[in-house]
Design a protein around this ligand. Sequence first.
Ligand SMILES: *Cc1c(COP(=O)(O)O)cnc(C)c1O
Length: 356
Amino acid sequence: MAMQIRIERTTAPKAKPADASKLGFGQVFTDHMFVMDYVDGIGWTDPRIVPYGPFSLDPATSVLHYGQAIFEGLKAYRTPDGGVQLFRPHANMARIQTSNDRMVIPRIDENFCVEAIKALVDVERDWVPSAPGTSLYIRPFIFSTDAFLGVRASKTYRFVVILSPSGPYYPKGLDPVAIYVEQDYVRAVRGGTGAAKTPGNYASSLKSQTEAYKQGFVQVLWLDGIERRYVEEVGAMNVFFLFGDELVTPALEGSILPGITRASVLELARGWGMKAVERRLAIDEVAERYDRGELTEVFGAGTAAVISPVGTLVWGEKRMTIHENRIGPVSQRLYDTLTGIQYGTRPDPYGWIEKV
Ligand SMILES: *Cc1c(COP(=O)(O)O)cnc(C)c1O
């Protein structure tokens, strides 16, 4: 079912950002977007690259009321030879399928969607910035479009991909962040939607994030929703703890988003001969091992930051300072290796890169 992508080019191209190194994140969008619709009885249809612009939606559009939607996030990187490449795009499209299944959104053709992303990035090739640490952020998303106020799965959907040139995540180097352990709110529960990249998870996290900001923290460390004891994620990133030579990340038991950065960190660490384990990790174990001097590094892992070192972790009255509030050697090595592969300055032994 190879579909032909129709391309309608803009007649009013925008000025590209003069200094990409000063770009923030997610504020500037390119000239075009990819759009495809799902029609009941027909399936996904009419794939097109069209000028970037707003949609007109009926006020009863189901996503506005019941949030039946999913999204993804990946980046296109400029290589030293001027090429453009993607990092594990098939993994993102495979994750769309699991998010779709959970949200009762019809499946997509993964390979076609990777082709669509490549076609869009190719049209917008000149928007991929080349200053160090910059990239073109790619945001695919799907939302339900039935204009109907009943709680049921929609019969129609729209799949969209937009692109946003983004500045370096760390303009001043990898500064460790301060995190507190959230004890009142939870992000997800087993059986819920935590393993799906669906907007409601982020809406429900905003309360906690807002409180954290007010208290001078950058993000929160989420605990499990049942016992409020087991570590789950940090903000919207997966989390890793290094105890001596054992790298631990919470096992995927249904409430954790299966990050592609997380999977890549595990593969790299295992490839280096480290003991990298996925298991339940209680916050009291973290604190005890901190007291014994065994907790040497903590970091978040996700597409946006790649690796985000945690320098301060506050759990109630207990304040833990990790690696003297500086990035540790394992975090740094993971960051350097992953970004080196992504930007094409290091070899790609795992075959993670796809050229556009
Ligand atoms: C997207 C996301 C991650 C990280 O996934 P990557 O594929 O590594 O970008 C982790 N946790 C949450 C909640 C997320 O939404």
